[in-house]
Design a protein around this ligand. Structure first.
Ligand SMILES: *[C@@H]1O[C@H](CO)[C@@H](O)[C@H](O)[C@H]1NC(C)=O
Ligand SMILES: *[C@@H]1O[C@H](CO)[C@@H](O)[C@H](O)[C@H]1NC(C)=O
Ligand SMILES: *[C@@H]1O[C@H](CO)[C@@H](O)[C@H](O)[C@H]1NC(C)=O
Ligand SMILES: [Cu+2]
Length: 807
């Protein structure tokens, strides 16, 4: 990181304080007369000096020694010795954790390089927060006993007679002395597909298919699985069939076949196998070829050789820059000449600071971390030092595809199963984030390594001018009172982009000067294509010669632990309806007039607070403390506005639906509990018959939510019916979903009135523009500093490992 402690941008020395602009002018005026004679005398000298100055300035502007605009407040990303409560596990802590765990004989752990399905091994480990009561009391008193640092460890016990998954809480880090069992009874079958089996399964089915069906593959798809040169086919990825879907107590996954060119996701072929992952030899259970299912490869080959079935003939794509699935520049080139796109700069340097995983920005401060299982999480979000949110965090990303082939049909994905955290990496400055952003790493414990795996550029943090006014008013006419006032909208954004093989999800946490927080999800990426079939038009359009793009539903779950003036909160809605009243001003004395009204509805229990959107009953959703009202007796509240609602249409309790019961509600409010920490788990992909975390159970006890610590569970989603412009890649416009936390009768007025960024233009004499006008806060954009150089291109050319996996 750059060392910015003492550097002040050049611009500052030339710039006057906005407020004092007017004063300075007046003073100059006053002194003008007195100085007149002296000025006359020295004017010659001054002119000469000015000329020299001009030359100097123009040389500086052109020269390369102008200071960069990137300096500013402090950034300290060094690993803390005594990590704050919300900080991710440090490398020292992970080392201590591993030393401890490997000494526990009863865990019988195997080292990462030796793991097999039949060993006991660590799948992942991450920070486990202490109980909230302890954290809150520690934070409130600043001193006192700091709650111990703890890790939650997921262990696959393949070594046992009755295999199972264990979750342990290990404490206190960095030198643990004991562990407690968080969960001990998770069926082994629920585990996500893992390294030791995925590789072996692909190897095994590749060998088997190649032995038996090489000729079929060559003739039908123009390629083979091995010894294939430029025409390689390959088995990729899985569509799971949970027990609820297959009716069989086995872990069954469909492996699809692809033609291996850029990008393979758009070159699926109509060949797939269902693999029994519980079988040590990864037996092929079913085969799918050209719209039909076969009980084995032998049966398929027999019918194929006997000419008993329709044969496919799809040629192998020729890899070129114009291949539809590649991302090379093509089409109508714009702009006509090479002109650079706009960029964003920070003319006075950073206006935020970071220490470890703690951020301060204007009135805001908060902690952030990257959960290995769930992705980016925020804690202890305060505005003007009052906590508003204890925790906001992504819980799950799900996609349910539809289709005619078994592979699409059963593609009900829960992305936590592939660990969301490590999917966030390698953000590219200048595209993924402005180049002036601060890029931050994240570390994860994964089955592949005993040490943490550190991922560079997992987050970027930047302040950004949205190009929109945050507010403005223009009163142009004297009977309006002439003035103009406006404030450009600068926000602080903490971004991560999670790439789950084909799709990328941008997750933004956005902080506004008004005291509002926005959480935004945007999707972009390759659609999962289906091999073309004319018979499945209800599921998708044909988008290229050999593929259809199928209907799918993206869904997101977030936890929002609000703390409005303490942890004892209430939840109410303002229910908007209509009301009829007498209209005495109508010529008909019986006439009525109908208009809107709202009625306050206090929610008493969890069931009452489970919200399903209904267009006929619009509502505001407010959280508040009964202890704090404003001077008008109205509770100081925060409003949760879900702008990303989507209805999940599958009936309850069919197929995999129970594993995402959170999607039944656009928002649910529950009493916070330490054992209801997350709405989803890494087991959701397989456990729908009896989910390890069943969100519906959070509501089933229908507890009191009045004056309790409340959590809002927010669901968002977007239905996607792909179209040709989704090729090669789905773009971001129209794919953004967000929810807001907005102050509501919380502040006496808009807290952004305090922003130095505002601009006011008004007549010198009130409401009389003929007296001349003065403008305050208008900054010259003729920068005296140089935008920072984006040197990423050189950096990645010198070291590809900052972007790609090289080992
Ligand atoms: C420990 O794990 C190994 C496999 O890694 C297994 O062979 C052995 O039986 C296990 N020991 C105990 C006591 O369970
Ligand atoms: C495609 O993206 C979705 C959404 O993130 C993910 O759930 C799924 O696993 C990906 N599919 C494949 C085949 O990688
Ligand atoms: C597909 O559609 C064609 C006619 O459009 C029909 O002849 C054929 O039987 C259909 N195939 C299947 C598997 O439904
Ligand atoms: Cu999509």
């Amino acid at each position: 990181m750059e060392d910015n402690k003492n550097s002040t941008p050049k611009e500052n020395t030339n710039k006057k304080n906005p407020e004092s602009d007017y004063e300075v002018k007046a003073q100059e005026h006053y002194q003008y007369g007195r100085r007149f004679r002296n000025l006359a005398i020295f004017s010659g000298i001054i002119i000469i000096l000015l000329l020299i100055g001009l030359v100097v300035v123009s040389v500086m502007k052109r020269g390369d020694d102008t200071e960069a605009c990137s300096s500013g407040l402090n950034v300290d990303l060094s690993e803390p010795e005594d990590p704050p409560i919300f900080h991710d596990l440090t490398s020292t802590e992970v080392k201590g954790l591993m030393d401890f765990l490997f000494k526990q004989n009863n865990l019988n752990l195997t080292k990462p390089e030796k793991i097999t399905v039949k060993s006991s091994y660590i799948f992942t480990a991450e920070l486990h927060l202490p109980n909230k009561a302890d954290v809150v009391s520690y934070l409130a008193h600043g001193a006192g006993q700091k709650p111990p640092r703890q890790a939650r460890v997921i262990i696959f016990r393949g070594d046992l007679q009755t295999q199972k998954i264990m979750e342990l809480v290990v404490t206190p880090l960095p030198k643990p002395t004991h562990y407690t069992i968080w969960k001990d009874d998770i069926p082994f079958q629920y585990r996500p597909i893992t390294g030791p089996e995925y590789g072996k399964a692909v190897e095994s089915i590749t060998k088997e298919t190649e032995n038996k069906a090489r000729q079929l593959l060559l003739k039908s798809f123009g390629g083979t699985l091995t010894n294939c040169g430029d025409t390689c086919l390959s088995y990729k990825y899985v569509s799971p069939m949970s027990v609820a879907v297959s009716g069989r107590n086995r872990r069954l996954f469909w492996f699809w076949m692809f033609q291996f060119v850029e990008f393979f996701i758009l070159h699926p072929i109509d060949f797939a196998v269902l693999v029994d992952m519980d079988d040590p030899l990864f037996a092929i259970d079913k085969v799918w070829y050209n719209d039909r299912a076969f009980s084995s490869l032998d049966v398929l080959m027999q019918q194929y050789n006997d000419n008993n079935l329709p044969k496919l003939k799809i040629s192998f794509p020729v890899m070129s820059k114009s291949l539809f699935s590649t991302m090379y520049r093509r089409g109508t080139t714009v702009p006509k000449s090479s002109q650079l796109p706009p960029i964003s700069i920070e003319p006075s340097g950073r206006r935020y600071s970071i220490k470890g995983q703690h951020v301060k920005y204007m009135n805001w401060n908060f902690d952030f971390r990257m959960s290995s299982t769930r992705g980016p999480q925020l804690y202890d979000i305060r505005f003007q030092n009052d906590r508003i949110v204890y925790e906001i965090g992504l819980q799950e990303i799900s996609v349910f595809y539809s289709g005619k082939t078994p592979t699409q049909m059963f593609s009900n994905f829960f992305d936590t199963m592939s660990l969301i955290g490590p999917r966030g990496k390698n953000l590219v400055p200048g595209v993924d984030c402005p180049s002036h952003a601060t890029f931050l790493p994240a570390s994860h414990v994964m089955e592949i390594s005993e040490q943490q795996v550190t991922i560079q550029n997992a987050f970027c943090l930047f302040e950004f001018n949205t190009g929109m006014p945050l507010r403005r008013h223009h009163a142009p006419m004297s009977f309006h009172g002439t003035f103009y006032e406006g404030l450009p909208n600068s926000v602080l954004i903490l971004r991560s982009i999670l790439t789950v093989v084909n799709y990328s999800y941008l997750i933004d946490y956005i902080f506004y000067h008004t005291g509002a927080v926005e959480v935004k999800v945007v999707s972009t990426g390759y659609i999962l294509a289906t091999p073309f079939t004319a018979n499945a038009s209800n599921f998708g359009f044909q988008v290229s010669d050999n593929i259809n793009g199928n209907l799918h539903h993206h869904m997101f779950s977030f936890k929002v632990d609000v703390d409005i003036h303490g942890t004892e909160n209430r939840y109410r809605t303002l229910d908007i309806s209509t009301t009829e009243s007498a209209n005495q001003f109508n010529s008909d004395s019986n006439a009525k007039f109908t208009q809107g009204q709202f009625v306050v509805s206090e929610k008493k229990t969890e069931r009452e607070a489970a919200y399903k959107f209904n267009f006929d009953t619009p509502k505001y959703h407010l959280f508040y403390s009964n202890q704090k009202s404003n001077k008008f007796g109205v509770p100081k509240s925060y409003r949760l506005l879900n702008r990303g609602m989507s209805k999940q249409l599958l009936p309850e309790n069919v197929g995999n639906e129970p594993a995402m019961a959170w999607m039944r509600y656009q928002m649910a409010v529950t009493k916070r509990k330490e054992d209801e920490r997350t709405s989803s788990t890494i087991y959701s992909l397989m456990d729908s018959l009896s989910p390890v975390v069943n969100f519906e159970e959070f509501l089933n006890d229908d507890e009191n939510i009045v004056d309790e610590d409340l959590v809002a569970w927010v669901s968002m989603g977007v239905q996607h019916i792909p179209h040709t412009e989704d090729l090669p890649v789905t773009h971001t416009p129209g794919m953004d979903l967000s929810f807001f936390l907005l102050p509501y009768n919380y502040f006496p007025e808009d807290p952004a009135m305090g922003s130095r960024d505002s601009v006011r233009i008004e007549p010198n004499i009130y409401n009389n523009p003929k007296s001349g006008v003065r403008a305050t806060g208008m900054r010259s954009e003729d920068l005296q500093c140089k935008p920072p150089v984006n040197s990423y291109q050189q950096a990645v050319e010198a070291d590809p490992s900052i972007l790609f996996e090289t080992s």
